[in-house]
Ligand binder design. Sequence first.
Ligand code: NAI
Length: 300
Amino acid sequence: MSELRYDGRVAIVTGAGHGLGRRHALELAARGAKVVVNDLGGDRSGVGASAGPAQEVVDEITKAGGEAVADPGNVADPEGAAGIVRTALDAFGKIDIVVNNAGILRDKSFKNMTVEEFDAVIAVHLRGSFLVTSAAWPHLREQGYGRVVNTSSPAGLFGNFGQANYATAKMGLVGFTKTLAHEGAKYGIRANAIAPVAWTRMTEDLLPADFAAALGVEQVTPLVAFLAHESVAESGQVYTVGGGRIAKIFVAEGPGWGTKETLSVESVRDHWDAINAAEPLAVFNNVGEQMGPLIQQLTS
Ligand code: NAI
């Protein structure tokens, strides 16, 4: 089988100074992509800033014979996000791939979560992905080609104690990804998301230590790189990945229950089992498809 290459492609990887992003940047560069290594260089909770981590990854790529440039901008700041895209254009003349990976944690039970803790996490994950993609979008559209990979999380898809801020941002990225897929389709832009699990500074005190070796970041990057490749046909999809396992995540709807009568509280109660039925599940590609069963009921 032929090797998947990224020669001639320019990739932005946000939050690439550590953990998963660093691994994505190294892999894409090793396979021929020119990479903008963005990282603000703060701590796990997003406090502080340093140009060091991004530059160190650039040095590593350069030493290995690859091409990369560092950008210490803040993805949550419109100027920072625009600057990351400008760095790509100035250094390499174009953008093909955007990997939105930067992230922070401010875990707290919902009872104790402050608006600052909520806003800070939404700002980096959700607003940051919006801002960087938004700055890159006109260039992707104009060239009729682009790959966007967003970083969601099982915590967002399924909920997790102490992560109301983080889960909100991560599920928000699913809607963001699906909408980008629709709006990018006619311009050759595909957008997908991953929901990873990996042993990094973000998770080292959250994941069982026994699995540290098995949950290396190198077990996530191949999916990200594949989704960033020109050969990927899927768009608007979400995949969970980690420890050597990958699976597609579906947003699905049950068969439901419908009536031509006006609903009452009692009719909801009386059909509660049917409303909650999980089989057969339907997966829709857009809101039009999702309206299908309702329209069928209204017109039958
Ligand atoms: P990490 O803490 O090693 O890496 C995150 C990087 O983002 C850091 O280098 C940090 O400096 C950078 N960053 C933070 N705020 C930034 C900002 N405003 N602008 C630019 N860079 C910024 O953590 P990890 O685990 O590598 O996380 C990467 C992504 O994967 C995050 O979005 C995280 O939420 C997500 N994720 C990770 C999981 C895991 O098991 N490690 C599970 C689910 C999602």
